[in-house]
Design a protein around this ligand. Structure first.
Ligand code: UTP
Length: 277
């Protein structure tokens, strides 16, 4: 029902320097698949077939990843390695890809606003590929959110409980529960100090946004660090109408940090070993 998933991927990824000097953070692999591949898999599972990327300078590897590599294809054709390309070939055949650029790194809100040329005026999903989400016991996180969208037709942010001491790393939401894992947002604050945070419900890198988010983004001035925050635009949307916060089922690895990246690698390696037993 929602066609487009937007992947803001223009950030510098400074926490992974020097690797990210010439390699997009989203191309860092967890075992053999780059982070972006996991994100696209999740969107596709939710029935989104248009993958729209907001990239920046030095991010061409992302475009190449979703394009045919004739030399390589030719080289491994008919060899015992051909199966290694099966996954990515299937993915490429199942969706279409489009790209635009954010010329200046003015924050996630600005990156999403730049994506408007790709999403059009339709509701769309947003996946930050450095948040790798899995749900072993059922639907992926974007699919779970889509089911909620089908019912409420409003913007939705995925949230999880975090340690109180970590509230200054996230957008934090407050609100009123309307279902077990679903609340109507009454307030959101970007990276509050632990002693000021009104809850420990943190927004992670999954959103469904209704198109009037763009009007709010157009009217949002730069906040913390001079960046345009998606949280500010969402708060305006929440005050104007309804924004939902959904406590998703599953696990999220913060692969934008070294700890989370290593944790995800270990997790998928253990799964691989179990699968080979
Ligand atoms: P992060 O806050 O993780 O920033 O961005 P970053 O630059 O990627 O990484 P560090 O902190 O320097 O290591 C969250 C998401 O928003 C995107 C990033 O690509 C990432 O997916 N983003 C951020 C943009 O697309 N543009 C921006 O101006 C900022």
């Amino acid at each position: 029902m929602i066609q487009t998933c937007l992947f803001p991927a223009a950030g510098y990824g400074t926490r992974f320097l020097p690797a990210t000097k010439s390699l997009p953070k989203e191309m860092l692999p967890i075992l053999t698949k780059p982070l972006i591949h996991y994100g696209v898999d999740e969107a596709l599972e939710a029935g989104m077939k248009h993958m729209a990327f907001v990239t920046g300078r030095g991010k061409r590897a992302l475009e190449d990843y979703f394009d045919t590599s004739y030399e390589l294809e030719h080289q491994i054709l008919g060899t015992n390695k051909e199966h290694l390309l099966k996954d990515i070939r299937n993915l490429m055949n199942s969706c279409k890809f489009s790209f635009t650029r954010q010329r200046e790194m003015k924050g996630l809100g600005d990156a999403i606003n730049k994506g408007r040329v790709l999403t059009g005026d339709e509701a769309f999903g947003v996946v930050l590929a450095d948040d790798l989400c899995i749900n072993e016991s059922g639907d992926g996180v974007m699919t779970q959110m889509l089911h909620i969208y089908e019912k409420y037709r409003s913007s939705i942010v995925a949230v999880m409980e975090v340690d109180r001491k970590d509230t200054d790393k996230y957008g934090i939401v407050e609100g009123r529960y309307i279902e077990d894992d679903l609340m109507i947002v009454s307030n959101m604050v970007e990276k509050p100090n632990p002693d000021e945070a009104k809850s420990n419900l943190a927004i992670i890198g999954r959103y469904i946004l209704t198109p009037n988010i763009f009007t709010h983004l157009d009217n949002t001035t730069p906040g913390k660090n001079g960046e345009i925050q998606i949280t500010d635009a969402l708060l305006k949307q929440a005050k104007d109408g309804i924004v939902l916060a959904y406590k998703f089922k599953g696990k999220r690895f913060d692969c934008g940090s070294i700890d989370g990246f290593v944790e995800a690698t270990k997790y998928f390696y253990e799964k691989l070993k179990d699968g080979n037993k």
